[in-house]
Design a protein around this ligand. Structure first.
Ligand code: GAL
Length: 415
């Protein structure tokens, strides 16, 4: 190579380096992943973004989604946007998209063929408004799981439950030994439990009929009547004085053996992993509360607010791309307890809970939408408040609670 060519080559390398150095940006990322398992998982995203040359500035908001969502949305609306933010796939960002405050990722999605590499299709569909893609789905989380501590049952001389009904049967014997049968956290976890009981008892089809199609005959009918009766059983299994503030504290009671079981989404699996417990040996994870194995298509997505700084803009697109690379999908989801968005990844290290989830996702039809994909957040919050009230006040009868629930469904705006 002539000297001239070498010099030109060096100059090009230097200018490319300068360009990429100039493009490196600090990117503030808001999310509500603050429990042990969640923090371990989000660290994988942070490492990947840092490795890509930009700097992840962590904007964790403690207190779970109900606290974080309004903060995130008002910051963007108020003109003080972060670089990127977690939200759930659903309708939480509809207003922001309408106001033109979120970046259109359609070109990137097309270039990387997200429509074909990410599955199930529901998650990208939740990111798509009027044919444009506004978020990147990073995982599939399902809410319908029961978690039990094997040692608690072994010590009590009781067979570990295979499903919700077994737990209800075992409850008196557990209580007699001073063990709380069901650990419970306040707020949305009560709504989650009721949603899971709807699916386990009235069936996934009826759940969709009520939440999506607003079928009031089903909401007021006999199958849902059984659900509200089951919620009354559940409240008898909970020690009201031991109700925790956060979902992960209730999971913690199962991990430490102070409670026998908890009903929570598969993100609870991240807590058992941090505690170095093994499914099938130390604990059981039972999809569909062990009644019928099902999954719903909940999960997490990242949105990128519109920003002026071109360097930050480039970093946002690079981050969106990084989060769905094979390596990052595996590293993050193994720790998060969720299922990866891609089928073409190496899941040799998957634990039994993830294997159960993948089996349902890839080989069964029992996969249905999450509540937030069918109903607006305000109605969901009203349902959560109603269930919290019902749960803590034995004077509210199952029939009263069912009637109030059906009234919320009736008044919910069409999506
Ligand atoms: C959900 C989110 C999960 C999970 C959970 C509890 O909204 O999708 O990733 O961590 O909240 O914080």
């Amino acid at each position: 190579m002539g000297l001239k060519k070498l010099a030109a080559g060096l100059a090009l390398t230097a200018s490319l380096f300068a360009m990429s150095a100039a493009k490196a940006a600090d990117i503030e990322v808001t999310h509500w992943w603050t429990s042990g398992g969640e923090a371990a998982a989000v660290a994988e995203f942070a490492n990947a973004v840092n490795k890509s040359g930009d700097k992840w500035v962590d904007g964790a908001i403690a207190g779970s989604g109900d606290v974080a969502r309004p903060i995130i949305i008002s910051r963007i609306l108020g003109g003080n946007p972060m670089g990127a933010t977690q939200l759930n796939p659903g309708h939480d960002a509809d207003e922001l998209i309408k106001a033109g405050l979120l970046t259109d990722l359609s070109d990137l999605a097309k270039k990387e063929d997200w429509a074909h590499i990410l599955r199930p299709a529901s998650q990208l569909a939740s990111c798509t408004v009027d044919g444009k893609v506004y978020c990147v789905p990073v995982n599939l989380h399902s809410a319908q799981w029961m978690w039990t501590n094997r040692k608690v049952f072994a010590d009590a001389g009781i067979e570990p439950p295979k499903n919700w009904n077994d737990l209800v049967k075992a409850a008196p014997a557990l209580k007699a030994k001073g063990i709380q049968p069901l650990a419970m956290a306040q707020g949305w976890p009560v709504g989650l439990l009721v949603g899971d009981l709807i699916v386990a008892i009235a069936g996934g089809d009826n759940f969709v009929k009520v939440y999506k199609d607003r079928d009031l005959a089903v909401a007021n009918g006999a199958e849902f009547g059984k659900v509200f009766q089951a919620v009354a059983d559940a409240r008898n299994m909970v020690d009201q004085k031991a109700v925790t503030k956060q979902w992960n504290e209730a999971v913690g009671l199962v991990i430490s053996g102070k409670a026998a079981a908890n009903v929570m989404g598969d993100w609870a699996g991240g807590e058992f992993q941090v505690a170095k417990m093994t499914p099938g040996k130390d604990y059981d994870c039972l999809p569909g509360l062990g009644v019928t194995p099902v999954l719903n298509t909940g999960g997490d997505v990242f949105y990128f607010p519109v920003v002026k700084d071109p360097g930050l803009k480039a970093a946002q697109l690079k981050m969106a791309s990084t989060l769905v690379t094979k390596e990052v999908q595996v590293a993050f989801n193994l720790k998060k307890g969720s299922l990866p968005m891609r089928a073409d990844v190496d899941l040799a290290a998957a634990n039994d809970c993830m294997k159960k989830g993948l089996e349902i996702l890839d080989h069964s039809k029992a996969v249905f939408p999450n509540d937030v994909q069918m109903l607006d957040r305000d109605s969901i919050n009203q349902i959560n408040d109603l269930m919290t009230n019902f749960f803590s006040k034995p004077e509210i009868t199952p029939a009263d609670a069912q009637k109030q629930f059906a009234d919320i469904i009736k008044a919910a705006p069409k999506m």
